[in-house]
Design a protein around this ligand. Structure first.
Ligand SMILES: [Zn+2]
Length: 78
């Protein structure tokens, strides 16, 4: 048997977008998206959002940090 390289037409390039949580070092990987807009939409479905509270603004946060921010906000209002 003789081996050769795979057929170039069967090679597909995919983009992977990496979203970094501003609060912790958590990363979220979104692939199979073509644009940043698609990536941010996909991230939103996974619970990644920016948020704004009375005393804090965060451009990009992971679901865990958003949960914490919601709890902090609730406690601050008690
Ligand atoms: Zn986070």
């Amino acid at each position: 048997m003789k081996l050769c390289n795979v057929e170039p037409t069967e090679v597909e390039a995919i983009s992977v977008f990496v979203i970094n949580c501003f609060n912790c070092a958590d990363k979220h990987y979104v692939s199979l998206c073509k644009t940043v807009q698609e990536a941010t939409d996909a991230a939103a479905k996974e619970g990644w959002h920016g948020y704004e509270t009375d005393d804090e603004v965060c451009s990009t946060a992971c679901p865990k940090c958003i949960k914490e921010a919601i709890q902090n906000e609730a406690e601050a209002r008690v």
